[in-house]
Design a binder for this molecule. Structure first.
Ligand code: IMP
Ligand code: MG
Length: 179
């Protein structure tokens, strides 16, 4: 088992770069099929999703566009939660078929808030793909991704764009915190 140390914590390899490529290819195939005849607009959620978005977008064979937002979510006392947009959308999404690209859905707070905002901006449809999904951690059912790369247990992971205190994003494989 290959292990690495990041900021004093030990992580074990969970998915190899080859496993990841296969997972991403499967998601792309489903989207290519479901959106045949459409021109989807992908919205990559920075920072974590940049690697997944890059690999996924290269495998999309539809006429399509991509744009980027940077989000920060806040855990409020209200059940709806609040999502702050640090870098806002610069594209008009009126009438568009939007597919959000996220790295991981954990409690679902971030995507619950963001999808609600997008629907209020006149998109024709709003769907979500997430490379990883932690179903047991989900608190907002409407943030369940339609296109999931892999469901994982509620454990901390890093690599392939995901960070631990901004470290580890450059790792081409995915690692899980040793328990
Ligand atoms: P949520 O709003 O609780 O669904 O959290 C989503 C965000 O938390 C993701 O976009 C990630 O940035 C971060 N996150 C959640 N779980 C992990 C993890 O295991 N590793 C790294 N980042 C994570
Ligand atoms: Mg993220």
């Amino acid at each position: 088992m290959q292990t690495i140390e990041v900021n004093g914590l030990v992580f074990e390899e969970y998915l190899s770069a080859e496993n990841i490529a296969e997972i991403v290819g499967n998601v792309a195939e489903r989207i290519n099929t479901d959106y045949t005849g459409k021109e989807p607009l992908f919205i990559c959620v920075l920072n974590g999703a940049f690697m997944y978005a890059s690999d996924l977008f290269k495998k999309i064979t539809l006429p399509s566009e991509i744009t980027f937002v940077r989000l920060k979510s806040y855990e409020g006392t209200a059940t709806t939660g609040e999502v702050k947009i640090l870098t806002p959308l610069t594209m008009d999404i009126q009438g568009r078929d939007v597919i959000i690209i996220e790295d991981i859905v954990d409690t679902g707070l971030t995507m619950h808030g963001f999808m609600h905002q997008l629907r209020g901006m006149g998109a024709n449809s709003v769907e979500l793909t997430s490379f990883l999904f932690k179903p047991e951690a989900l608190k907002y059912a409407d943030a369940t991704p339609k296109y999931i790369g892999l469901e994982i247990p509620t454990k901390f992971v890093l690599g392939y764009g995901l960070d631990f205190d901004e470290k580890g994003r450059n790792l081409p494989a995915l690692y899980v915190l040793r328990s």
